[in-house]
Design a protein around this ligand. Structure first.
Ligand code: AMP
Ligand code: MG
Length: 313
């Protein structure tokens, strides 16, 4: 790499770190972390440390580059999400959460959304024996953190000129196929731009999601899962739902996805031992910061943003 290029990057990073937007956004993010962890601990969740490398990670449902590390002859992936680790933990812990750094080497075209980084943190949680309704209502209660943020970070929100609305509960629930037939392919963006409060997209069709989201036994092809979408055009906030836990269902779903048992052999072995019904969700911390502060781009919610396709520190 040429010195000129290195100098340009150093300048870019120094300018970014000096921005008052970053300072105020990180103060808000710091409050988000403490308020959410206090909220969850009050509800008997235990915080567990994140997993950074593993022989098992989320296959995701969209293409990303896939880095692996060869370590003493074993192939480890960088964590894309802790979905499987969360599910395994519910065998021994009723309620867990983690601030999980995720590496998703997103394709360059994702930059245009303003909400994709190649490295971000998910507040990821899981509840043994829970239903989708349980995690939806937990999510709605958690969003009440807006009230506390408005108090503790009044100065920061003033800096952004952000008049944060406290959404009324319960949030609206819209079925995926209804949204699709009314607004077409781009429904998420259209609805997000139109709405004034966060809303749920529920009942996502099976082929749109990974194999571990539970298919509704009474409605084949429909999953018992959900996304929370921010209003004002900020897009997806979180994804979650109930999990497949029966061995035969897991294997069938892996095949349906065109994936192999070999890819998920570790998980299958645990499923043979028996997994629990559980439900949970993961919410992106930088996106939450972006929404609360009203930032145009997610980069201002991270001191060292990894911008897809762009050289980053
Ligand atoms: P997923 O399970 O893929 O929906 O990811 C869970 C949550 O993590 C999403 O709802 C987002 O809030 C966040 N997230 C996912 N991918 C990214 C990304 N590339 N950059 C920032 N946040 C992300
Ligand atoms: Mg999602």
């Amino acid at each position: 790499m040429e010195t000129r290029e290195i100098n340009a990057l150093v300048d870019e990073i120094s300018n970014h770190l000096e921005k008052p937007e970053l300072y105020h956004a990180l103060r808000v993010q710091s409050s988000i972390r403490s308020i959410t962890s206090e909220f969850l601990k009050d509800r008997n969740f235990i915080e567990v440390p994140p997993v950074i490398i593993s022989v098992l990670t989320d296959p995701l449902n969209h293409p990303v580059f896939d880095p692996t590390i060869d370590y003493y002859g074993y192939r480890y992936s960088l964590t894309k999400s802790m979905i499987f680790h969360k599910h395994l933990l519910t065998k021994h812990f009723d309620r867990i959460f983690t601030f999980s750094p995720n590496i998703r080497l997103e394709e360059q075209d994702k930059v245009r959304t303003g909400r994709h980084l190649a490295e971000f943190t998910q507040l990821d949680l899981e509840m043994k024996g829970a239903t989708r309704d349980d995690v939806i209502s937990l999510g709605e209660d958690m969003i009440d953190l807006f009230k506390r943020i408005k108090k503790t970070n009044e100065e920061d929100l003033k800096f952004f000129g952000r008049d944060l609305r406290i959404p009324a509960k319960p949030f609206k629930r819209i079925k995926y196929l209804d949204a699709y037939s009314e607004y077409g392919e781009d429904f998420e963006h259209k609805l997000s731009s139109e709405m004034k409060e966060p809303f749920w997209i529920i009942d996502i069709p099976l082929e749109k999601r990974e194999f571990y989201d539970r298919e509704d036994p009474s409605r084949p092809g429909i999953l018992v899962d959900m996304d929370l979408i921010y209003p004002e055009g900020y897009g997806e906030a979180l994804s979650g739902g109930e999990r497949e836990y029966q061995l035969d269902r897991i294997i069938e779903r892996i095949h349906k996805k065109g994936q192999t048992e070999e890819q998920f052999k570790w998980y299958i072995e645990f499923a043979k031992e028996g997994l629990n019904p559980s439900a949970g969700f993961g919410i992106g911390i930088e996106r939450l910061t972006r929404f609360i502060c009203g930032l145009e781009r997610i980069e201002d919610a991270h001191p060292f943003p990894k911008i897809p396709g762009h050289l980053s520190l």
